[in-house]
Design a protein around this ligand. Structure first.
Ligand code: CA
Length: 219
């Protein structure tokens, strides 16, 4: 999953990006509204964390313009006691808001919930045959036994699992699993898939030649 943080306070921007990275997201940052809008329109983010008070273009203006073309889930950061800000944010098309200062664990939980909702996923536990993916705990278990995955392997399994039954192209995977600072080699995807198959069985991920990868729907 790839996220964008639009925040002009450098320390907060840095700590938010770091927390999201530690939680397994690919993360891009923008320090003003124009840069934020440019990235939000040009990349397909899974969620955007958007501050309201921003230079060049404020959070509302950014959101208003973005909503003309994209439905990317947006979590707005608002000032304490600014009820009108929250109402305006939700009216403009924000999906959720959080009041500054906030607890980072709450922010991470809300981002997870936003992404889940945007994918119409009812629960953080996703059954995949005899394997269960828990997106809140970021774990994969089989018969209650955890299957240890690297952060990249987990991110790949999670993305395919949340789009199960659909073919996910390599381009989509590169766009959603890596951020603009990543300079990974293109063959790495195959290496990750091969390592996941060693741990979960070859059929866990199907390859659609020339198209991409798929975790099949289990009946
Ligand atoms: Ca600000």
């Amino acid at each position: 999953m790839r996220t964008l943080v639009v925040e002009d306070e450098p320390d907060l921007l840095h700590s938010l990006m770091q927390a999201l990275r530690e939680d397994g997201y690919a993360v891009d940052g923008a320090a003003n509204g124009e840069e934020g809008l440019f990235k939000a329109e040009n990349y397909d983010y899974d969620a955007i964390i958007l501050d309201i008070m921003l230079p060049l273009l404020d959070g509302w203006q950014l959101l208003q313009r973005l909503r003309k073309t994209k439905k990317t889930p947006v979590l707005m950061l608002t000032a304490r006691d600014a009820i009108r800000d929250r109402v305006r944010g939700l009216d403009t098309g924000a999906d959720d808001y959080l009041i500054k200062p906030f607890d980072i664990d709450e922010l991470l939980a809300r981002v997870r919930a936003l992404i889940r909702r945007s994918l119409s996923e009812a629960s953080s536990r996703v059954p995949l045959g005899d394997v269960v993916l828990d997106t809140a705990a970021r774990k994969l278990t089989r018969d209650g036994q955890e299957i240890l995955l690297t952060a990249r392997e987990y991110a790949l399994v999670e993305y395919l699992a949340l789009h199960r039954g659909k073919v996910v192209t390599r381009t989509m995977l590169y766009e959603h699993l890596f951020d603009e600072d990543d300079s990974s080699l293109s063959n790495l995807l195959d290496v990750h898939v091969s390592n996941i198959r060693k741990k979960l069985g070859h059929d866990f991920i199907s390859t659609r030649r020339g198209h991409g990868y798929c975790i099949e729907l289990q009946s």
